[in-house]
Design a protein around this ligand. Structure first.
Ligand SMILES: NC(=O)c1ccc[n+]([C@@H]2O[C@H](COP(=O)([O-])OP(=O)(O)OC[C@H]3O[C@@H](n4cnc5c(N)ncnc54)[C@H](O)[C@@H]3O)[C@@H](O)[C@H]2O)c1
Length: 314
């Protein structure tokens, strides 16, 4: 059992905009830490799915006492789940909150519309944050009248396996708002990091992007196979998975979108998306979800006994 630090003073209710993959997880993490969550989505099915996933995750957490790296708090599922209220009206979801975390589809126009609405529906004291993986909050700043309360607040998928959140300025964010976000991150019982200045990819995705890019460049140049790169990283860096295995899990279409975003931002030739990735996506090979990517599923080669050391049994 673990005791979490308790809610940050002055922050009691958090609106989570979006109830998709990240939205339900962020809602759950906030409720687990004692915040009342106003979970909003335009799609009622997404809300129904979120409720079911949140309850199932809490049940699993309580039954095993630990999920990933995080211990259970011991609070019954019903108590935590009751702190999560669902809304299909953003207006109602904004009532009485001190913070709104946006986690909707990664489209800048959708996000700009939402922040314009959040700006209209909440007083200037309410913190506005985006969980976007690739859009710097600077690009949303002119959608709001008070950019000093706007920032990035970026979680990882499955925060119990990768308990980490990072806060980054929009270039105009007030320092006390950034500090409050950092402390809210800590209050969730996970590692909370401050990005100093502005960084494309923040901290986590910046490092991860360099690793992916290096791995795919080695293959594009013919210096290595997919499997040998994964072995090198797993053995050399003592990583549980190699970069190609990770990319297959995340989805190669998503990986390509991110590479295209970097290229669009920098315009530099070295940021052009890797050929190996372009080719796979062009042929509909998107990783685990389609059965083919850098590996074939089910039963990928790396699950065979002896694969890691290249000592596979015949
Ligand atoms: N998937 C990841 O691993 C990951 C990790 C970190 C951050 N992110 C970021 O989190 C955000 C959400 O990603 P996701 O994977 O949860 O996406 P998702 O597609 O699973 O969920 C998006 C949700 O947004 C809802 N939505 C769309 N338009 C809306 C609107 N106008 N108002 C309210 N809800 C709306 C959709 O109904 C859907 O439920 C993105 O910005 C993404 O970059 C994703």
């Amino acid at each position: 059992m673990t005791r979490l630090p308790g809610a940050v003073p002055g922050i009691a209710r958090i609106c989570v905009v979006g109830a998709g993959l990240m939205g339900w997880q962020i809602g759950l993490m906030c409720a687990r830490a004692g915040y009342v969550v106003h979970q909003f989505d335009i799609n009622p099915d997404a809300l129904a799915n979120a409720r079911q996933r949140q309850r199932a995750t809490l049940d699993e957490w309580n039954a095993s006492g630990k999920l990933g790296l995080l211990e259970a708090t011991g609070e019954p599922t019903d108590v935590v789940a009751d702190r999560i209220r669902q809304f299909t009206s953003l207006d109602e979801a904004c009532q009485g909150v001190q913070m709104a975390i946006e986690a909707v589809t990664e489209r800048i126009e959708t996000k700009r519309q939402i922040f314009t609405e959040l700006d209209r529906l909440t007083p200037p004291s309410v913190i506005l944050a985006t969980n976007s993986s690739s859009i710097q909050s600077r690009r949303l700043a002119n959608a709001v009248t008070h950019p000093e309360r706007l920032c990035n607040f970026h979680f990882t998928n499955h925060p119990w396996l990768r308990p980490y959140v990072e806060t980054m300025t929009c270039g105009q964010t007030r320092p006390d708002i950034l500090e409050t976000c950092y402390r809210i991150g800590n209050s969730l019982g996970i590692a909370s990091a401050r990005v100093h200045g502005e960084s494309q990819g923040f901290i986590h995705n910046y490092v991860w992007r360099q690793i992916k890019k290096a791995a795919m460049t080695l293959v594009d140049r013919g210096h290595s196979s997919v499997e040998d790169v994964d072995r090198a990283v797993m053995i050399g860096l003592r990583a549980p998975l190699g970069p190609f295995q990770m990319m297959d899990r995340a989805g190669l279409d998503v990986m390509l979108d991110i590479e295209r975003q970097w290229f669009a931002e920098s315009g530099e030739e070295r940021d052009r998306p890797p050929k190996v990735l372009e080719d796979l996506v062009a042929h509909g090979n998107l990783g685990v979800k389609t059965g083919h990517g850098f590996y074939s599923y089910p039963n990928p080669s790396f699950e065979r006994p002896g694969w890691l050391l290249g000592q596979e049994e015949e």
